[in-house]
Write a protein that binds this ligand. Sequence first.
Ligand SMILES: Nc1ncnc2c1ncn2[C@@H]1O[C@H](COP(=O)(O)OP(=O)(O)OP(=O)(O)O)[C@@H](O)[C@H]1O
Length: 208
Amino acid sequence: MTQTNHFVAVEANIAAGKSTLLPKLAEALDWDPIQEPAEDPEFARLLGEFTKNPKAPGNRIRFQSYITQRRAEIVESLPTHRNYLIERSLYSDLIFTQANFLSMDQPDTEFMLHYCEIQKRLKEYPRISAVVYLHTTPEKAHERLQYRAREAEDGTPFEYIRDIHNYHEAILPQICASMNTPLITMDWNDFGCEHQVAEKILEVVQKH
Ligand SMILES: Nc1ncnc2c1ncn2[C@@H]1O[C@H](COP(=O)(O)OP(=O)(O)OP(=O)(O)O)[C@@H](O)[C@H]1O
């Protein structure tokens, strides 16, 4: 069946400001916000394990697989008369998987299988009408991460934030181009205004 409603994904580095913007932006648009399941205890547990020992391949893959599964489930069977603003999408999973895969000394086949799993799930995923990318410098994202001080993220090194930034910059435009998804980039080093973002979204989705 042809999809008639919109799903717009807000993508950005860790601690760039996605979850703070999401409810305000959803209200400005009168759309429904779908937050990342950061309060989900299993999500927090797996993230904590991964952050404590990021080099352990098992920790990475368990965390990533769980997120991918949750992301896919979260958008299943939603009422089609509403539009949705989602905090990260399967596009994020493609970015994180590639970042983690390429940073490992000897990646194993589980990573490749996970990458294929995301690609497979993307076929069932709603069409993303646009991606809003909140662009920050890695220094700014790291500063915000330290300031908000979530226990599960304790000890996240600057280098990881820098790498995730670089992979967003390199891969997100590529994914959007291949999926024919318009990419809206907002400078988020100084927090922007939700009404300005809402205006851009409406302009893009109405045109596309
Ligand atoms: N518009 C804003 N004004 C003031 N502070 C903000 C704003 N947006 C975000 N922040 C602060 O910046 C920090 C990171 O923001 P937030 O938690 O929204 O990031 P995030 O991108 O959702 O992170 P993650 O993806 O890791 O969940 C938080 O401490 C938050 O309070």
